[in-house]
Design a protein around this ligand. Structure first.
Ligand code: APR
Length: 276
């Protein structure tokens, strides 16, 4: 594997593209300080998905032993609070500005693609900075800082108070008065905007699979769907993953390093190509 050659190949593919789609996982936010799920030391290395990955599991764990979740929840919250778009997020926004990339499909809930400047972002697992009413369909986006401090207060209360007490300080729906919860998809819940994500994949001329282990469906189907519809596939991931076999270019590097180099190479190619 010659990385320079793969970066050149990826750039040549993108230089000809006009309808690229990026399908991103937790790996693209790793260099923003947010832990991935399945890497060593990741979220599922430290927390049991059965205890915190489903709504019922989380409620049962909070009722049974809320205090044990506090340190890890505060650590995760701190990472979300400090996180900013890294060079990989910014590279995707640049590709959109160049008219190459149309849509980002992300499994991440950290809002970093929107903050980087991409305008068509399909958040299939939701957004941690948007609240959703548990009863009606009302949702509202919240200021990152404000919401983080509210959540921090609730988490810190978990050590002394019961979940029922915490519920009394949770935000309520301005439309129907029911409780609001983070608008994120837990295991077993319906993912969001999947038909639109599959349509984008099928229409894409290039699919970038960045920082995802490709083990969670239906999002993991997207690069295969794009390939089947004739798109070329570029994979950016330092570790082996299911998409390497269908890739037309595979860059085994951290996204924060690889993506800016790919975009700079695309710019160089564009400068050499006379505008027709
Ligand atoms: N740059 C690019 N890729 C990276 C980087 C990096 N700096 N660091 C790690 N990776 C890769 C890892 O090699 C791994 O393949 O990112 C991938 C992260 O995989 P997961 O932790 O499984 O995250 P993801 O694929 O997004 O998980 C999907 O699973 O638990 C659910 O809802 C959760 O959205 C999540 C879903």
């Amino acid at each position: 594997m010659h990385i320079e050659r793969e970066i050149q190949k990826a750039a040549e593919i993108l230089a000809d593209a006009g309808n690229a789609v990026a399908s991103c996982g937790a790996g693209i936010s790793a260099e923003s300080g947010i832990a991935t799920f399945r890497d060593v030391g990741g979220v599922w290395d430290r927390m049991n998905p059965a205890e915190v990955g489903t709504t019922q599991g989380l409620i049962d764990t909070l009722n049974r032993d809320a205090g044990k979740l506090v340190p890890f929840f505060l650590e995760l919250l701190g990472a979300f609070e400090q996180a900013h778009p890294n060079p990989a997020h910014k590279a995707l926004a640049e590709l959109e500005n160049m008219g190459i990339l149309q849509t980002v499909v992300t499994q991440n809930i950290d809002n970093l693609h929107l903050e980087a400047g991409n305008t068509d972002v399909i958040e299939v697992h939701g957004n941690g900075f948007r609240l959703a009413c548990i009863s009606c369909s009302y949702t509202e986006s919240r200021d990152r800082r404000e919401l983080v401090s509210e959540i921090r207060v609730a988490i810190e209360c978990l050590s002394e108070h019961s979940l029922n007490t915490i519920m009394t300080i949770m935000p309520t729906c301005s439309r129907c008065g029911a409780l609001m919860r983070p608008d994120v998809v837990m295991f077993g819940e319906m993912v969001k905007d999947i038909p639109r994500a599959f349509e984008a994949a099928r229409k894409s001329d290039v699919m970038l699979a960045i920082g995802t282990s490709g083990v969670v469906y239906p999002a993991a189907y997207l690069p295969f769907e794009a390939k089947e519809a004739g798109a070329r596939v570029i994979v950016v991931n330092p570790n082996e993953n299911p998409f390497s076999q269908i890739s037309d270019a595979y860059i085994p590097m951290n996204a924060g390093e690889a993506m800016p180099r790919i975009v700079e190479t695309v710019k160089g190619l564009k400068q050499k190509t006379p505008v027709s």
